[in-house]
Design a protein around this ligand. Structure first.
Ligand code: OAD
Length: 229
């Protein structure tokens, strides 16, 4: 179905729920080495370290709640139904816990594991992954369902189809530096969509973004969602 709206969220939407963003002062990548925990090389070098890192993030999610921005997007989905597509770069489950039913986690999800042998094998997982955890479909070793740098993000075909056809594309709480997500605005714009940015800081002028609204996601997202009746 042709989409009226495609929404892309990034770490900034979960910041007011107490989850660290990745860049900027005190961001995740100031505390952890990307190469160690988010690349295929780091994973092959020390699988236990990588599994433990994502175990820590997964088990910590219970201490965080969705905020008004997640809730507003879930309510918007109820109003727009299939006319809206929600894509997130986030691996947390706050969109789902706010009530969103259709969320494409293009960078993977903490509440799922994947299979080392077959990329089509993915399964819901809420506990602590160990070196003994196995894929329930084929028995191979599991791995975090996290898209490491240099790996292909998930759902790209579905996302690109929606970006080509949508009337409006909005990106929320993302620094727009990690591709391919950073290229969605120019892609949607080139197919005629209106492009809107909602972020704490408005980025330097950008030829693909028609409207920028600056502020905290918990304030500006509910206000912006109100315009869809
Ligand atoms: P970043 O940490 O790069 O950017 C977060 C953005 O959110 C910044 O532009 C902040 O200004 C903004 N922000 C912070 N607090 C906010 C608030 N309360 N309201 C609104 N905006 C706020 O995070 P992402 O762009 O999501 O990938 O990072 C993209 C990818 O890089 C992540 O998915 C992750 C990372 O490496 C993987 O792990 C594969």
């Amino acid at each position: 179905m042709k989409k009226r709206l495609v929404v892309l969220t990034g770490a900034g939407i979960s910041a007011e729920s107490g989850l660290r963003t990745f860049r900027g002062s005190d961001g995740m990548w100031e505390h952890e080495n990307i190469e160690d925990v988010c690349t295929p090389r780091g994973y092959s070098r020390d699988k236990k370290r990588v599994k433990d890192f994502y175990n820590f993030l997964r088990l910590g999610l219970k201490d965080h709640e969705p905020n008004a921005a997640h809730i507003a997007l879930a309510q918007l989905e109820k109003r727009l139904g299939n006319e809206m597509l929600l894509v997130t770069q986030n691996v947390d489950d706050l969109h789902e816990r706010a009530g969103s039913r259709q969320v494409l986690h293009m960078h993977g999800a903490l509440m799922r594991l994947a299979c080392e042998r077959n990329p089509n094998h993915r399964f819901v997982f809420t506990g602590e992954e160990t070196m003994e955890t196995r894929c329930p479909f084929c028995g191979a070793m599991s791995r975090p369902d996290i898209v490491f740098f240099e790996e292909q993000p998930q759902y790209m075909e579905e996302i690109q189809d929606a970006l080509r056809e949508c009337e409006e594309f909005v990106y929320i709480g993302t620094s727009s530096v990690v591709y391919p997500a950073a290229g969605f605005k120019s892609y949607a714009h080139s197919f005629g969509a209106k492009v809107t940015c909602l972020n704490l800081e408005v980025p330097a002028s950008d030829p693909y973004t028609d409207v920028c609204i600056e502020g905290k996601a918990s304030i500006i997202v509910p206000e912006w969602c109100d315009k869809f009746k």
